[in-house]
Ligand binder design. Sequence first.
Ligand code: UDP
Length: 314
Amino acid sequence: MARVVVTGGAGFLGSHLCNRLIDRGDEVVCLDNLITGSIRNIENLFGNPSFTFVEHDVSTFIWVPGDVDAVLHFASPASPVDFERIPIQILKVGSLGTHNALGLAKAKGARFFLASTSEVYGDPLVHPQPETYWGNVNPIGPRGVYDEAKRFAEAMTMAYHRHHGLDVRIVRIFNTYGPHMRPDDGRAVSNFIVQALRGEDITVYGDGSQTRSFCYADDEVRGFLALLDSDVVGPTNIGNPVEYTILELAEIVIEVTGSSSKIVFEPLPVDDPTQRQPDITRARELLGWEPEIDVRTGIAKTAAYFSEVLDTHS
Ligand code: UDP
């Protein structure tokens, strides 16, 4: 049993992580400023003596009383629509927030775990992407606020490791979906499912030939815990290597939800990566991890969640 701080613990992935940590007997202190996270994602944990929630912006000084065994830094808006809406907050939480979370881990002698991203590879020229690829990022484009903040966060994490001897883990998270996504967060999976459930047009950007590889949240979080518990220091890709075009994804969502929605085409966002697929050799070999949930099963589970959320809100 450990005492774990999760920043961004009320967010999509942070909330799944808090739940899994509590399930396995850990004590969790969840920090979130609720800018994109939601109390709804963690309300089942309120009243549990092993769970504490603190509303706090981790871009400002963090202090948590008592012993801490691990600091898991998951705070950050992560959707392309957020990159346009709240770019400065994204840069701050990736830079100042990471520095503060590292400082807390150092002060407590705790292990530090950074939620990084496949966006560090930018619009990748190497395919699939191994951890050794340095990436192809436009630093001044609209996505640069997220990509560069996370690249800085990785650099800062490794500097704390080398300079202060801090025990660190870095996960590079590829496209992940599942319950607790915001219905309006603008991602392909959430947009398509919500549009399909409402019978609205499915908005494919560009000609839909760009690719992504989608991992279901339960698989992803199982990978996080395997990495957290391992002795693997360098960045590790955790994602599902089965790759789809975005047009194929739209067709799968229509099929799985039995929707009558039609596909329409809209302009491609600036710097939208043309392809993305994780090389998960490292996770397979060092962690014995690989995803188990196929996209149709995961989309059906996510659609069931969204139907419930949309009903409740209407
Ligand atoms: N996308 C789309 N329609 C939407 C939302 C997204 O065609 O309604 C596309 C987007 O342009 C990108 C892909 O789907 O090519 C994945 O987008 P998402 O925002 O889910 O993730 P990311 O671009 O960060 O991988």
